[in-house]
Design a protein around this ligand. Sequence first.
Ligand SMILES: [Zn+2]
Length: 490
Amino acid sequence: MSASSSTASSFETIIGLEVHAQLKTGSKMFCGCRVEFGAPPNTLVCPVCLGLPGALPVTNSNAIALALRAALALGCAVHTRSVFARKNYFYHDLPKGFQITQYDQPLATDGSLALVSEVGGEAVSVRIRRLHLEEDAGKSLHDRFPGLTAVDLNRAGIPLIEIVSEPDLRSPALARAYVTRLKQTLEYLEVSDGNMEEGSLRVDANVSVRPRGSRDLGTKSEVKNMNSFSQLEKALTYVAAQHVKLTEAGSVVEHQTMLWDPARGEARPMREKEDIHDYRYFPEPDLPTLVVSEAEIERTRRGLPELPWQKEERFVHEYGLPGYDAEVLSATRPLADFFEAVAGAAADPKTVSNWVMGEVMAACNEGGVGIAELGLEPGALAELIGLVGSGTLSNNLGKQVLRKMIETGKAPEQIIDEDDLSKVSDVGQIEAWVAAVIEDNPKEVERYRRGEEKLLSFFIGQVMQKSKGRADPARLREVLLGAINRDWGG
Ligand SMILES: [Zn+2]
């Protein structure tokens, strides 16, 4: 984007985010309908979530418990009394004609999330204005019937939390880092599965720009429909650049809602009808005030799991890992647990970290699976690392054995036995391989003796090939140098 360079130089980008996360409950927010992604359209509905006359909502206590966990993990003040409100608007995916949400009395306010800026690694604390509970709307399907919009109401009434940040984010990259950290935190808490592709985590952004050094906030655009981390960053970069262009040209930036089009890589204004602002909020008459006791707040606080930033810190202290390793290994709880299980059974945590971040994560990426689906036993990996550490296997053979362990589920010792893979340190055997290589390559030997010392790696490669990678490298080098120089001198 051409204008992004001028954003960097003379303009500052101001971003605030509204994140909607579906809660991991078995049933909906105000009725007993099952929550399930991908079920046949309109099969998970009842009079309550269809908004039929006379149907009364009942609050899902599990949804409240999950929202409470999220609020406390994000350092919010939880209010013992909060109020559900009706947000009135007319849309085909909203059969009731209103959405039940929280308005002027939300569940929680004033939290924060700490990040590390991509610029100079500086610590940034992003303030969270509020966290409230609400229900999801249905889903419009535009691709089922040509020229028609179909409505699937399975999603209507699924519990959501909305997390609203202050406009503290100063770049699209930092906005992406914020959503990444938030998603990771919600996953750690088992509050939401955070799946952006399936829409269980959705992000709306408010973007504006201002001349660097200015204290005023410029007119903002709202940006919607960013369904992945990379699309989020692209959309925000695009909209900020547009603002800079308009401002530099002396035009006025108008307040509007933009829809991001990932296919075209551009944002366009939403039609006026879709951008209604008068929601006529009022307290939901069918639901009582939401009361959360101090005791419940305390109990929830004490029951919070170790959070990502706490785990990273512990990995640095307890295992002596570099900060980078700690961050990579704590990306998800299953990965962190796997690392700890291996580290508990193997000698050196940094060696374990190298194996997990290197070979193991590469295998996960190749297979497109998480650590749990890889089927690698922590104890088996610890055993393998021990065999490499003791010199039974070379590093390269170790990697080969690991691949086989993942393919077959067999223990390392068994693979080594079956494939005859253990490292050969026996001098007699290595001398035989070296002698054969010297005999097979008289020209190269001649050149080496005339001073082409770089050919040494050629001979080492030849012996390695003969030994199928099993020759002990240190021993081999010793024997090779001895033989090639002795024969020459003799
Ligand atoms: Zn229902």
